[in-house]
Write a protein that binds this ligand. Structure first.
Ligand SMILES: C[S@@+](CC[C@H](N)C(=O)[O-])C[C@H]1O[C@@H](n2cnc3c(N)ncnc32)[C@H](O)[C@@H]1O
Length: 251
């Protein structure tokens, strides 16, 4: 396998890696313990999952902290590249009836998210500590109400453009798993990435841009807590852009 390939997303398929590093500093004892004890309880098992068959509500059938099973979530959201899990877990805490699937290959980010899940005793988060595309491929059609792609790696050099998460192929895949009227939220502090993402989504027949006035892309949606990368951008004096697309009905 080369640096550009990714072997765990399908038997005969090789995919370009879209993310940067998988491992940062060695984990502290508490985080190592969460990786060993809590991750198995919240981790999505895709072993043997047939493509396009997974009902995401089934992932929440077994409680993590509660003694008894909880009702299935009213809807399911997906976060691609949750980083340290700040946005994902704040959303989970604020929306107990929503099941949130988070995907992130960066081990230290997964450990940080587990700390948030544990601290908030969050029942409604499930994790895939790897490439989001494997989960998207497994999901049943129209099974998600929202997808968040917040501050994706910008891969600013033109020769790395194929690694950008927002791509024609991934928009096709997201159009399949979003339900009609479902939302795709893309945020970035990289103007080049925003131009790229906007051009791709506007050219895609399944998505319509919801913005009606400048404030709609200049301000974070009111029901969305900040992510760590948003805060980092603001500390540097950069105002991020928030693009919200809706899946057209009948697509
Ligand atoms: C710049 S960070 C932003 C983290 C977080 N969303 C935030 O706003 O704080 C982008 C993250 O996306 C993750 N990532 C990149 N490609 C991914 C993929 N294909 N599936 C899941 N996560 C991915 C990276 O590992 C990285 O942690």
């Amino acid at each position: 396998m080369t640096d550009n390939d990714h072997g765990d997303v399908g038997k005969n398929r090789r995919r370009r890696v879209l993310y940067g590093r998988r491992m940062g500093r060695p984990l502290r004892v508490e985080r190592r313990k969460l990786m060993e004890e809590l991750l198995p309880a919240v981790r999505i098992d895709l072993t043997g999952a047939a493509p396009a068959s997974l009902d995401p509500r089934s992932l929440f059938a077994r409680p993590v902290f509660a003694a008894e099973a909880l009702p299935p979530p009213a809807e399911t959201w997906l976060e691609v590249g949750f980083g340290g899990g700040e946005h994902m877990c704040a959303q989970a805490a604020a929306n107990a009836r929503v099941g949130i699937i988070g995907c992130e290959p960066f081990v230290n980010g997964v450990a940080s998210a587990l700390q948030h899940i544990d601290g908030g005793r969050l029942e409604n988060v499930r994790l895939h500590p790897d490439d989001a595309r494997a989960v998207i491929d497994a999901l049943a059609p129209a099974s998600l109400a929202r997808v968040y792609v917040l501050f994706p790696d910008p891969w600013p050099k033109a020769r790395h453009a194929k690694r950008r998460f927002i791509s024609d192929a991934n928009l096709d895949a997201l159009a399949r798993v979003l339900r009609p009227g479902g939302l795709l939220v893309v945020a970035s502090d990289d103007r080049g990435y925003i131009r790229w993402a906007l051009a791709r989504a506007l050219a895609h027949p399944a998505f319509e841009w919801t913005a009606e006035r400048a404030a709609d892309w200049q301000e974070r949606p009111a029901d969305q807590p900040p992510s760590r990368y948003e805060e980092k951008a603001r500390e540097k004096g950069i105002s991020p852009v928030f693009l919200v697309f809706r899946l057209r009905s009948g697509f």
